[in-house]
Design a protein around this ligand. Structure first.
Ligand code: APR
Length: 246
């Protein structure tokens, strides 16, 4: 996509006037870094599995070694990836805005590597190891197929939020507070299928924020946005940043 994105003057004004901007990101923001999105078919070894079937506590209980193999593969993939222009534009926007809250569903840490300072990790972090029983943070022994907790002996698991699990309380509270308070809410690179993250858009809208979607493919939520910009985050976000320059 080489043409300029459709960024309206009204959106630029809303951003220029904003006291507090809240951004929700999803897997699409990392797609241009080579990290596959959740609803894309998987490649190679993992092609026969759907991420939605692996990222559950039930799948872990059934076959923890399989789930650890999948997460170690994902850790290696993310470790080799780099932030893209979309991540850098969001980090730069944080510097320019009076206040910016970044809520990410991504567990890859690429926002932090691009320089974003305050990141609410709604779905945890891919590189954390936690006790399956009480979620305490530990460091896994990677020589074991299934590492165990040094305190209680239960299995360790990746520190991400799986389907059917609750969002960490502080992440949920902080995200809801920012969503309620912001003047502009940007939903970027998410299919808006997974709740409660997808519900943040409605919360922002109900509280009077201007709500904006950036996604190359319209989502089921697109009609609810004040502005829906069709395009890749790595292209649209740098343009948006440029259009805000004085
Ligand atoms: N720029 C912006 N958006 C993009 C790009 C891009 N370059 N490439 C793809 N997208 C969009 C897709 O059109 C899709 O709408 O990103 C979205 C990715 O959707 P999902 O794979 O469903 O990812 P996400 O919305 O983050 O999933 C939410 O579901 O599986 C769970 O916990 C997991 O955090 C994840 C959550």
């Amino acid at each position: 996509m080489n043409e300029q994105s459709d960024i309206s003057a009204a959106l630029i004004k809303a951003l220029r006037d904003a006291r507090h901007v809240c951004i929700l990101t999803g897997a699409g923001v990392s797609a241009e870094s080579g990290v596959p999105t959740f609803r894309d078919a998987q490649d190679g070894l993992w092609a026969k599995y759907k991420p939605q079937e692996l990222a559950t506590p039930e799948a872990f209980i059934k076959d923890p070694a399989l789930i650890w193999r999948w997460y170690r593969w994902r850790r290696d993939l993310v470790a080799e990836a780099n932030p893209n222009p979309g991540h850098y534009a969001i980090a730069e926007l944080e510097q320019r805005m009076p206040r910016l809250t970044l809520v990410t569903q991504n567990v890859d840490g690429l926002h932090q590597r691009a320089g974003s300072k305050h990141v609410i990790e709604f779905h945890g972090n891919l590189f954390d190891d936690r006790c399956f029983s009480d979620r305490t943070l530990h460091t896994a022994d990677d020589s074991l197929d299934v590492p165990t907790c040094p305190d209680c002996g239960d299995y360790l698991r990746p520190g991400v939020v799986w389907f059917g699990e609750a969002i960490p309380e502080s992440a949920l509270n902080d995200a809801c507070a920012a969503t309620t308070d912001c003047d502009v809410f940007l939903s970027i690179g998410t299919s808006s299928l997974v709740y409660p993250a997808a519900g943040l858009t409605d919360l922002a809208s109900e509280n009077g924020a201007c709500v904006v979607e950036i996604n190359p493919i319209p989502t089921t939520h697109s009609a609810r946005f004040d502005f829906a910009i069709a395009g890749n985050a790595g292209l649209v976000l740098p343009e948006l940043l440029e259009s805000l320059a004085p």
